[in-house]
Ligand binder design. Structure first.
Ligand SMILES: *[C@@H]1O[C@H](CO)[C@@H](O)[C@H](O)[C@H]1NC(C)=O
Ligand SMILES: *[C@@H]1O[C@H](CO)[C@@H](O)[C@H](O)[C@H]1NC(C)=O
Length: 335
C-alpha cells in the first residue's frame, strides 16, 4: 500500500530549468540544494512513520516488522513492550453476524478466574469496584456474588463451553446483560462456511438474541496466540500435543485492551509444589470435583490434548514484569 522508495525525492524533485540557467549565483544554488535535502528527509520521515502505523494496525505486527527491524530490537520487544491498543479496533475479534471488529478499552480490568480459589475470599466487593470485570466460560455469578462480584463486562469463552452457555441462553444472552462475549476455537469448529458447528450455534444465538454482543476470534488471531506460545516456551503447541487455555486467550486480549489488569484467584506456577496449600475444587461452581492441583498436574503431563496450565502461569509471571498485571487471592510476589 505504502511504498518506502529509497529514491523518494530524488530526481523527481529536481527542477531541470534551474540547472540550465547559467546566471544563477552560487548561494541561490546552495539554498536550493538545502531545500531539496530537507524535502527528501521530510518525505522519508513521513513515509517511514506511515509504514510503522500501518504495520502496527495489521494483525501480525511481529511478522511484518521483524525483517525490517531484526537488527535493532530483541525478539521480545514486540510483544513484551507493546503498549495496549486503547480505543483502536481489535481486528482479531469480529462480531456475529456483522463481522465488525471489537472496539473496547478499559483503564482497569479485573479478571475473575473460575478457580475454587475464589471461594471464601469475599473478594466480590473489591471486584465490583472495577470499571471492567472479565470472566471465563460459563462461570456463574448468581449464588457466588459475595466471592466473585455481580457484574460481567466481558466473557472469554472456549468453543467447548458454548453448548454450556446455550443451556442457559436467557441467563447469558438475555436482555439487560450488556456482556461482550469473545469466543475462541479452532477453525474446524469456527469456520463460517456452514461447516463450523460452534460458529453455527453462535449464529443461531445471535438470531434468537439480536442485542447480544457476540464476537469470535479470527483464524489469524488464533495463529498469533499459538505463535506467542512458541516464542515464550520454545515449544510448538501442536507438536507438544497441547491446547491453549481460555486463560491464555484472556490474558492476550486483556493486554491489548486494558491499561491495568487485576487477576483474582489464579495460582502461580510453583503453587502446586508448595507445602501446606489449600485444596480447592478446580472450578468454584463445581464443588466436589477433582481438586485444582490434581487437575493441573494431569493436564501438564498429558501426552495429548492437555492444557499446559503450569507452563502458562510461568509465562504470565514474565509478562507481569512488563505489563501492569497484579494477582490477588492468592497474590504473587515478584522480586
Ligand atoms: C441477564 O439478564 C436476565 C434478564 O433478562 C437476568 O435474568 C440474568 O440474571 C442476567 N444474567 C446475568 C449473568 O447477569
Ligand atoms: C507462589 O505461590 C506459593 C504458594 O502460595 C508461594 O509460596 C510463592 O511465594 C509464590 N511465588 C511467587 C513468585 O509469587
Amino acid at each position: 500500500m505504502i511504498q518506502v522508495d529509497p529514491d523518494v525525492g530524488g530526481e523527481r524533485y529536481s527542477v531541470a530549468d534551474e540547472t540550465r540557467q547559467s546566471t544563477i549565483v552560487a548561494d541561490i544554488r546552495m539554498a536550493w540544494m538545502w531545500k531539496r535535502k530537507l524535502l527528501i528527509a521530510t518525505s522519508l520521515i513521513v513515509a517511514v512513520s506511515l509504514f510503522v502505523v500501518v504495520a502496527n494496525y495489521s494483525e501480525k505486527p511481529y511478522f511484518r516488522l521483524q525483517p525490517m527491524f531484526r537488527q535493532g530490537f530483541s525478539s521480545h520487544w514486540m510483544f513484551s513492550k507493546q503498549p495496549y491498543k486503547g480505543f483502536k479496533p481489535h481486528l482479531g475479534y469480529v462480531s456475529i453476524p456483522k463481522q465488525e471488529p471489537l472496539k473496547l478499552h478499559c483503564e482497569l480490568c479485573s479478571i475473575v478466574s473460575s478457580s475454587g480459589q475464589m471461594l471464601g475470599q469475599a473478594a466480590g466487593v473489591q471486584i465490583d469496584r472495577s470499571p471492567c470485570i472479565w470472566r471465563m466460560n460459563n462461570a456463574p455469578t448468581s449464588g457466588f456474588e459475595h466471592d466473585v462480584g455481580h457484574r460481567t463486562t466481558l466473557r472469554v469463552v472456549s468453543h467447548t463451553s458454548v453448548p454450556l452457555l446455550l443451556q442457559k441462553p436467557h441467563y447469558f444472552f438475555g436482555q439487560g446483560n450488556n456482556t461482550v462475549y469473545v469466543v475462541w476455537g479452532p477453525l474446524r469448529n469456527m469456520r463460517k462456511d456452514g461447516k463450523g458447528i460452534v460458529y453455527n450455534m453462535l449464529r443461531q444465538a445471535a438470531v434468537n438474541y439480536p442485542q447480544a454482543r457476540i464476537y469470535v476470534t479470527t483464524e489469524d488471531r488464533m495463529n498469533y496466540c499459538d505463535m506467542i506460545f512458541k516464542k515464550e516456551t520454545g515449544k510448538d503447541r501442536i507438536q507438544s500435543g497441547s491446547y491453549l487455555s481460555t486463560g491464555w486467550f484472556t490474558l492476550i486480549l486483556a493486554m491489548d485492551m486494558c491499561k491495568e489488569i487485576h487477576i483474582y484467584g489464579m495460582i502461580n506456577d510453583t503453587y502446586c509444589k508448595t507445602e501446606g496449600i489449600r485444596k480447592v475444587p478446580y472450578h468454584y461452581y463445581e464443588p466436589g470435583s477433582r481438586d485444582e492441583c490434581s487437575e493441573y498436574m494431569l493436564h501438564e503431563s498429558a501426552p495429548y490434548g492437555g492444557h499446559r496450565f503450569i507452563t502458562e502461569k510461568a509465562v504470565f509471571a514474565k509478562w507481569a514484569k512488563t505489563h501492569e498485571i497484579k494477582f490477588f487471592n492468592p497474590s504473587w510476589q515478584f522480586l
